[in-house]
Design a protein around this ligand. Structure first.
Ligand code: HEM
Length: 338
């Protein structure tokens, strides 16, 4: 059977090839979430029972206390000032449970806050102010371009260059991480949502914002000498020891956008002079002694939002729940059959 390619479709395929993305015929066959999760498995290998991204990590718990400034921006019981229970997970970027804690990837902070009136706020953030794709369709080809060719054991250099040249926005996160110190502790890194959200106040007025967790202990990174001497696994034990001595805490801040700021591209940071409002405090006072814990059953769905906080039109944000659910389904299914 012959397939008629209409000029419009031919143009789409040509445009995708220019972008360094697979042709439309390939994309059309694979639902995006499946392509994204399969690409994570392709790069990091099949890692049964583990998250396909943020595979290495530790579950923790504590509480969140919101304040009046948070309430003024987003009227929700999240900001009532009551102590609200939190399940949190700290992680190392990528889909390998054996990733080195000294790697120049991101560290992650995911959280789930619950209120007595049944609201929930879930989210995850990374230790970089920008994400590595501005559009969800770049996610799978970004990883595929970095996946070793079985014949050489290395990524195909031409393919990688073609993708990078066609998608310079996907290099911004790595450029930031190459200059940032490697965090010395999960509790001394700053974490950014990178995605924008819409805050709607009691008068119905809208304000776009990104949130960030700023460690109250200050930021500390590893020196070159410390990088040489630290083992590949130290972050989880460091957090356990630290929290046994005293709780670890973070200020929750909203960075407020101006009307001209881009709200639909998480690879673009907003100017640092944008106002920042502290809306609450996250306190971590307990860390799981080993693997597992309450985090296993949670996928920290970034669209599980409380009253007053809405998704923005950021396509990366809107695309996240499907691959999270798929990864969660795979890992919980694998755990159940062990
Ligand atoms: C199209 C974009 C994205 C895709 C396809 C994607 C995919 C995934 C998947 C499949 C998981 C594992 C979920 C699970 O098994 O529970 C995950 C976890 C995670 N993602 Fe994303 N992600 C995207 C964007 C983002 C963004 C914008 C951020 C934050 C800036 C982020 C931060 C994280 C973190 C920190 C984790 C680990 C969460 C945990 O500890 O459970 N991701 N992601």
């Amino acid at each position: 059977m012959s397939v008629l390619i209409r000029p419009k479709h031919a143009l789409c395929a040509a445009a995708l090839l220019t972008l360094g993305l697979p042709a439309a015929s390939t994309l059309a066959q694979v639902p995006p979430a499946l392509a994204q999760v399969d690409a994570l498995e392709g790069l990091f290998g099949a890692q049964p029972t583990f998250r396909r991204s943020g595979a290495k990590g530790v579950c923790a718990s504590g509480y969140f206390v919101g304040n009046a400034q948070g309430m003024a921006l987003a009227p929700s019981s999240i900001f009532s000032g009551q102590r609200l229970p939190v399940v949190a997970r700290f992680s190392v970027g990528g889909g390998s449970p054996k990733a080195s804690d000294k790697g120049r990837s991101v560290r992650g902070l995911a959280f789930s806050i619950s209120t007595p009136d049944g609201q929930q706020w879930q989210g995850s953030s990374v230790s970089a102010p920008v994400f590595f794709v501005s559009r969800p369709e770049q996610f799978a080809p970004f990883l595929q371009a970095r996946t070793p060719d079985p014949a050489t054991g290395k990524p195909n250099p031409e393919r990688l260059k073609a993708f990078n040249d066609a998608n310079p926005d996907t290099l911004r996160q790595a450029a930031y991480l190459s200059k940032a110190p490697v965090p010395a502790s999960y509790a001394s890194a700053q974490y950014w949502s990178t995605n924008a959200f819409e805050l709607v106040n009691a008068r119905g007025e809208s304000q776009f914002a990104r949130w960030q967790f700023v460690p109250e202990a200050g930021l500390t990174g590893l020196t070159d000498d410390e990088l040489k001497t630290r083992p590949d696994d130290f972050l989880a034990d460091e957090l356990r020891l630290r929290v046994k001595a005293a709780a670890a805490s973070f200020a929750l801040q909203f960075q407020l956008a101006r009307p001209a700021d881009t709200i639909d591209d998480p690879t673009q940071a907003w100017p640092p002079e944008r106002p920042v409002v502290t809306a609450g405090r996250l306190v971590i006072d307990s860390v799981e002694p080993g693997a597992g814990g309450a985090c296993d059953k949670i996928s920290f769905n970034p669209l599980a939002l409380p009253a007053g906080i809405r998704p923005s039109s950021d396509p990366v944000l809107l695309a996240r729940p499907a691959p999270y659910a798929l990864s969660q389904g795979r890992r919980l299914g694998e755990a159940a059959t062990r």
